[in-house]
Design a protein. Structure first.
Length: 454
């Protein structure tokens, strides 16, 4: 039996890996999994293959006896909140998130709005490959796909309910929002406007060609955005991926900050605000500065494998003990709102933090411990990558190690994470040093260990 689901849903190049036929059969399997009569909320991002995939998946859902309701084009977190708040049995989001424009994907949600678990993914795969899908009798097929018009508005109102709207309005922040031509353009500018901000839009028209930049917000892809930040003299900028579940932040000096940095500042703010959670959940790809900065505040850091789904379910397990969950790629999860990545919620919380801290964003980032990052991908097969991980483990065995996903090594002058990619034939190496020279030396040492035979 093959594997359909990757790190976050089913994804592939449109009409190559992800065809209309596959999408229809997967819709049948999803419908069979949820059961006849289930009501599912379905939405999509703006990718050019999205309409085809949406219609194919919906046809499969109808054939299995499920009642699909269409929410239209909207961010993934908006659909996730809608599933939970409007009482659906689950949901399907047609999105490839941060992948290049030629990709599309299918994400399956539980009634809580969280992506289905790894075990539930396996159940759907078993139905798909064994072709044990359920066909409902002709008289039971829904006559049409329902339409739900208020999902985006319900989501925006929920986001605003968690922040001090009047205090933020008093500050009259100037905010640049780079939606990367994605569906975040339908929500984040409106959230900022309702918070009294002067909003500047960059790459703000929705276009599945993604003409402005790559859909993934990174230091490299946001160079032009950072220059615009400095030219406009805004208080901050937020940059989304294609479905706006991520938010990478650029400060008032035009510096792009990885998500673990901005999340660490938010966690400190939430503690000072009196929120009761004492544990943050983050993937091993996040910086050790998270521990260094938050532990003195009484916050425990729980490391997990890479993958937002894993973080969400660990947060669900912890319940009231959890303060937040986040990823270095810009995903932030705020439990009072929902246990999934939410770029719009992160934007509102950052504005709330700035309104109460009375400091500029650059000043707040300057308070964090200084580390200098290097990221590298080394092409190799998964088997070779696993052997390389074992060599790194053996070499650094006398240091503190986290081995739940590859190996993360805590060093005196920095840290390194070595792990096989879950999506491509490469070994991912992430290094941070307390100086640029430290980072280079750590990388050189690790590359030497990786290159050794045996």
């Amino acid at each position: 039996m093959g594997k359909l689901f990757g790190t976050d849903g089913v994804r592939g190049v449109v009409n190559k890996e992800l065809t209309g036929e596959l999408a229809y059969k997967l819709g049948l399997a999803i419908g069979t999994f949820f059961g006849e009569g289930s009501a599912l909320l379905v939405g999509r991002d703006a990718r050019l293959g999205g309409e085809m995939v949406y219609r194919a998946v919906t046809a499969g859902l109808l054939a299995s006896g499920v009642k699909p309701y269409y929410a239209g084009l909207l961010p993934t977190p908006a659909l996730q909140y809608g599933v939970k708040a409007l009482g659906f049995d689950g949901g399907v989001m047609i999105t490839a998130s941060h992948n290049p424009p030629e990709y599309c994907g299918i994400k399956v949600l539980t009634a809580s709005g969280i992506e289905i678990s790894r075990e539930q993914e396996s159940e759907i795969e078993e139905i798909f490959y064994s072709q044990k899908w359920h066909y409902t009798p002709w008289w039971n097929i829904a006559e049409h796909v329902g339409r739900v018009e208020n999902v985006t508005e319900t989501y925006i109102e929920a986001v605003l309910s968690h922040v001090d709207v009047e205090e933020i309005k008093r500050r009259r922040f100037r905010v640049l929002i780079d939606c990367g031509n994605g569906v975040g353009a339908y929500t984040s500018p409106e959230i900022a406007r309702r918070l009294g901000c002067k909003v500047y839009s960059f790459n703000g028209h929705v276009d599945g060609h993604f003409p402005g930049r790559h859909p993934e917000p990174t230091v490299e892809s946001l160079k032009e955005t950072a220059e615009v930040v400095k030219a406009l003299n805004v208080d901050l900028a937020v940059a989304h991926d294609g479905d706006a579940d991520r938010a990478i932040i650029i400060d008032d000096k035009g510096r792009v900050h990885w998500g673990d940095r901005s999340a660490t500042l938010l966690c400190k703010y939430l503690v000072e605000k009196g929120e009761t959670g004492t544990t943050v959940v983050t993937a091993v790809s996040s910086s050790v500065l998270v521990e260094e900065y938050l532990k003195p505040l009484g916050v425990e850091v729980l490391w997990t494998k890479v993958g937002s789904v894993i973080i969400s379910y660990k947060m669900l397990e912890l319940g009231d003990k959890v303060l937040s969950g986040f990823e270095e790629n810009g995903g932030f999860m705020y439990p009072p709102h929902q246990l999934v990545r939410d770029g719009g919620m992160k934007l509102a919380l950052l504005l709330d933090m700035l309104a109460h801290e009375k400091k500029s964003l650059s000043e707040l980032f300057d308070e964090l411990p200084k580390y200098y990052p290097i990221k590298k991908k080394i092409p190799m097969s998964r088997e070779e990558a696993l052997k390389a991980v074992e060599r790194v483990k053996e070499y650094f065995k006398n240091y503190r190690l986290v081995t739940i996903d590859g190996v993360k090594v805590f060093l005196e002058n920095g840290w390194v994470l070595v792990r096989p990619s879950g999506t491509e034939p490469v070994l991912r190496v992430m290094v941070e040093g307390k100086s640029k020279d430290d980072a280079k030396m750590i990388l050189e040492k690790v590359e030497h260990v990786i290159s050794q035979e045996g």
